[in-house]
Unconditional design. Structure first.
Length: 170
């Protein structure tokens, strides 16, 4: 039984729990990614699309390609699971998925950035769009990268000091 993190569970139980947590996270992210990707795919069929300049057309293509890449990585978590299900490899699967999910989220962030820049360029102009998109990128970085890193470092520091990490998050 493993009690390092305050739980009394076997390695298999821990892998099962972590896998279920990962699947819940992927479901949340994947839903948003699918909705955004669906809207991006429909943009090309609107009358306004034909009026985009070369830069904006390139932004659109980048957003679609990044969206497809994000969806591919996020769905790969399920595909990898299907390939190794029942082979007793769940701990390794969790390690792989722990790398794939941040990659998928990073690609999704880039998709959002390109989409937002394109939309704001059409709605407001290039300078305002660049300023607002930069602000949004900083906002996302704060919530999606900085906060998790701060929490992780804080927990690592408290564990080095001999304090338990219990009650400090997932």
């Amino acid at each position: 039984m493993r009690e390092q993190d305050g739980r009394s569970e076997s390695a298999d139980e821990r892998a099962d729990r972590r896998w279920n947590e990962l699947l819940q996270e992927v479901r949340v992210v994947q839903t948003g990614a699918q909705v955004l990707f669906g809207f991006l795919l429909s943009v090309v069929f609107t009358p306004k699309f034909g009026t985009l300049g070369d830069f904006d057309n390139g932004l659109y293509v980048a957003a679609v390609v990044l969206g497809a890449a994000s969806m591919g990585v996020l769905v790969s978590v399920v595909s990898v699971h299907r390939a190794v299900a029942g082979l007793g490899r769940k701990p390794g699967l969790v390690r792989v998925a722990n790398r794939l999910v941040p990659l998928g989220v990073g690609l999704l962030a880039c998709t959002i950035g390109c989409s937002l820049l394109l939309l704001l360029r059409v709605a407001t102009g290039p300078v305002t769009a660049a300023v607002l998109t930069s602000g949004a990128a900083i906002w996302f970085l704060g919530w999606w990268l900085v906060l998790p890193l701060v929490l992780r470092l804080r927990d690592a520091g408290s564990q080095e000091a001999g304090e338990p990490a219990k009650g400090r998050g997932a």
